[in-house]
Each structure stands twice: as structure tokens, then as C-alpha cells.
Design a protein around this ligand. Structure first.
Ligand code: G3P
Ligand code: MG
Length: 381
């Protein structure tokens, strides 16, 4: 094995304008200025790069897998070539702002993680904010008002959550008594006069029953909670838009068995809506394995390569490291990336071979990175 520690870096600070990677979608181009620590090693960029899933690969709930730090150390230059290999994070998780999560990850993983290398389930909602900037939207999921704040940060000027709904009228859902902490962050609004135009599910709802109730109320009363029932054919056009950003039925936290995810909430809502109306409600799905999310990730990876090496072209070989065949691997296969399935998360070999088939199966993220590195070295990177 040629794994030994060699490190040399030259660092300089640069301020650059980075076109928003959301440019594959119509809408205003957002330019943002970010301070990046760029590492122009002056060496030829490697032909490969990594995309890391988070839950079940680097973390299990709050627990940081020791292999995660060692894997990142390899890519940060602690390898015989001393080269820095670009990598980004692509998670279906969320619930806080990208910059807050990157600060957390930096502390947990021990390497500087920048928002320009981090994508979470709802990051893509940024591209839709201009369409709803003057409309009222409902945002679901997350703790207290964290997700509403993220939505406001994205440009949704009139965003409310179901705690705001309960604070307005507790009888909307009699089984959830608003706590003092919730009241403190509730945003006051008279929803009997405010039509909600769209619902964005940002993260896993904390009270499924409350959120299912409010969603059904909105749909059946054409956007006015508590308003009279409006038959489908008399409702506004377009009808209330509904967006999900994470289709995962299951995900790996720090419990022995995988936990229900945002995808399970979606199934629960659709089952109730169907029981009430005879049909499921149309929605737009983002997050892994959707094509939009992988296209976006490829753009972010190319930006990251440019940040490090000052050259702009997509990496020739991308390695997606994930724990969920239905999400991480399926998206990577469709994007024609290499994929490595690890066994520290959702995937359980006891339940049979993974579908779709990954390029390789590894015990954990460190073994996955070493396997890919060996493969690329054998190719003569
Ligand atoms: O809620 C997050 C979960 O569904 C999966 O997260 O990091 O494995 O994509 P991740
Ligand atoms: Mg995962």
C-alpha cells in the first residue's frame, strides 16, 4: 500500500463572484460573493472527484464515524501525491441553513467545509424563491422556526409554518398544545384572509398529524385554512403547488434500524388525501435520486474544481459514496457516475443484493475512498 502522509499547500484568499450553480433553471441569475479559501496547487487537476452522502456514510445521527475523518484526510492531501482531491457533500437532509450546517460539519469532521461544497435537500428551493417572492407560502418540517428562517434567507418573503397556524388558531389541530418556546417564535398572521399559494416540505415534519391536517385544509379550501370547502373544478388555477425535497422512505440515524424519513411523511399525507378525496395530490419532487439534484451537484463539483485548480471542466470520473441504493446509488447510476455503496447505513446485505447495482460495495467510507483512489492510480491519474 502506498498510503503515507505527504502534505504541502500554498494558500491565498480570493474573493470571487460565482455565478449561482442553479443556472440550469430559468429565473434571475443570483450572484453571490463568498470568501473562499482556494488552493491553487499549480498542479494538474486530478481527473476524479468525490460526492459524499452524509447520513449513514459520515455520520449516524450525532455520531461521527471515525472512518469519515480518515477518508477526508486522504482527499485533503494526506496521500502520496500530496494532491487535493475535490469533494462535495450531497445530502437529502436539511432543516438549517447551509452555512450553519457547514459550521457544524467543520467541527464534527475537523476540516473546513465551505457552503460552496455543500448541497442539502432544500438548497434547490432557492431557485424557486423568485416565483413566490410576493406570494404566501407554507413551509413544513424542522425544529421551531428554523426552516422558516432558511426560507426567508432564500428569498421567500411571506413564509409561515404550522406553528404559526396553531398560534393563529389552536383549534386547527386540537392535539398539539403550542408550547411557550413555539409561541415565542410564532409569526402573527390572520390566515382567514391570507391565501397560501404553495407548500414546501423543507425537512422531516415534527408533528405529522398537524402537518397532514393543515395540508388537507389548504387543498380543500383552495388555500384559505378554515375556509369553506371548494370543489376541485372551482379551485384557483394553478392549484396550490406542493414541493418535496427528500423522497427517502428510510434513513440511518444513530438507532440500530433505519428511521422513517420525509418520503414516509409524503406517503402518509397522500394516503389520507386519497381517503378523503379519492385521489393523491400532484407534487414536485427534488432531492436524490432526482435528475435535477444530480445535474446541480455536477455544477457545484465543477465550481469546486475551479476553486481548487483554477480550471473549469467537470471531473472525468465522479465517485458517489452513499448508503442508500434507492437514493444515492440510483441517482449516480442515472448520472453515469461511479458509485460505492457502504454498509454503515440504510443498506443491509441481509435483505439481498442492492438495486440498482453500484460500481462497488465497501465496508465504510474510508475503504470506499481507498478503493476509488487505487482504481484511479491504476488508471495513471
Ligand atoms: O433526512 C435525511 C435523510 O433522509 C438522508 O440523508 O445524508 O443520507 O442523504 P442523507
Ligand atoms: Mg445516507
Amino acid at each position: 500500500m502506498f498510503w503515507a502522509t505527504v502534505m504541502h499547500r500554498n494558500v491565498y484568499r480570493a474573493q470571487c463572484l460565482v455565478k449561482d450553480p442553479f443556472r440550469f433553471r430559468p429565473g434571475p441569475t443570483i450572484t453571490r460573493q463568498i470568501h473562499v479559501e482556494a488552493l491553487h496547487t499549480g498542479t494538474k487537476p486530478p481527473a476524479f472527484a468525490f460526492v459524499f452522502d452524509i447520513d449513514g456514510v459520515l455520520l449516524q445521527g450525532k455520531k461521527v464515524l471515525p472512518q469519515a475523518k480518515r477518508a477526508l484526510a486522504l482527499l485533503e492531501g494526506q496521500n502520496p501525491r500530496g494532491i487535493k482531491i475535490p469533494y462535495i457533500f450531497l445530502t437529502n437532509g436539511g432543516g438549517v441553513s447551509e452555512s450553519d450546517r457547514c459550521q457544524m460539519l467543520t467541527r464534527q469532521l475537523g476540516f473546513q467545509i465551505s457552503p460552496s461544497q455543500y448541497i442539502q435537500g432544500h438548497t434547490i428551493f432557492k431557485t424557486l424563491a423568485h416565483k413566490y417572492s410576493d406570494k404566501t407560502v407554507l413551509v413544513l418540517g424542522g425544529k421551531l422556526d428554523a426552516v422558516r428562517k432558511v426560507a426567508e434567507g432564500y428569498g421567500f418573503r411571506n413564509a409561515y409554518n404550522t406553528i404559526d397556524v396553531l398560534a393563529w388558531n389552536p383549534s386547527v389541530w386540537p392535539y398539539h398544545e403550542v408550547t411557550p418556546a413555539e409561541l415565542e417564535v410564532a409569526k402573527r398572521v390572520d390566515l382567514s384572509r391570507t391565501r397560501v399559494s404553495a407548500v414546501f416540505v423543507f425537512h422531516d415534519p415534527r408533528d405529522w398529524a398537524l402537518d397532514v391536517q393543515v395540508l388537507c385544509d389548504l387543498i380543500q379550501s383552495d388555500g384559505i385554512i378554515g375556509g369553506p370547502y371548494i370543489p376541485p373544478q372551482q379551485r384557483s388555477q394553478p392549484p396550490i403547488d406542493l414541493y418535496f425535497c427528500n423522497p427517502d422512505l428510510l434513513w440511518r440515524s444513530d438507532f440500530e434500524r433505519p428511521r422513517l424519513g420525509q418520503g414516509a411523511f409524503k406517503e402518509a399525507f397522500q394516503a389520507v388525501h386519497k381517503a378523503l378525496t379519492g385521489s393523491t395530490y400532484p407534487y414536485v419532487q427534488y432531492g436524490k435520486p432526482t435528475k435535477a439534484t444530480y445535474q446541480f451537484a455536477e455544477t457545484v463539483l465543477t465550481d469546486r474544481l475551479e476553486e481548487i485548480y483554477g480550471v473549469r471542466h467537470p471531473p472525468r470520473h465522479v465517485y458517489m459514496i452513499g448508503d442508500n441504493p434507492k437514493s444515492d446509488i440510483a441517482g449516480a447510476v442515472a448520472a453515469e457516475w461511479n458509485s460505492v455503496l457502504v454498509q454503515t447505513g440504510v443498506f443491509d446485505p441481509q435483505q439481498g443484493p442492492p438495486s440498482p447495482r453500484p460500481t462497488h460495495i465497501a465496508d465504510d467510507v474510508e475503504a470506499a475512498v481507498k478503493w476509488a483512489f487505487d482504481r484511479e492510480l491504476a488508471r495513471g491519474v
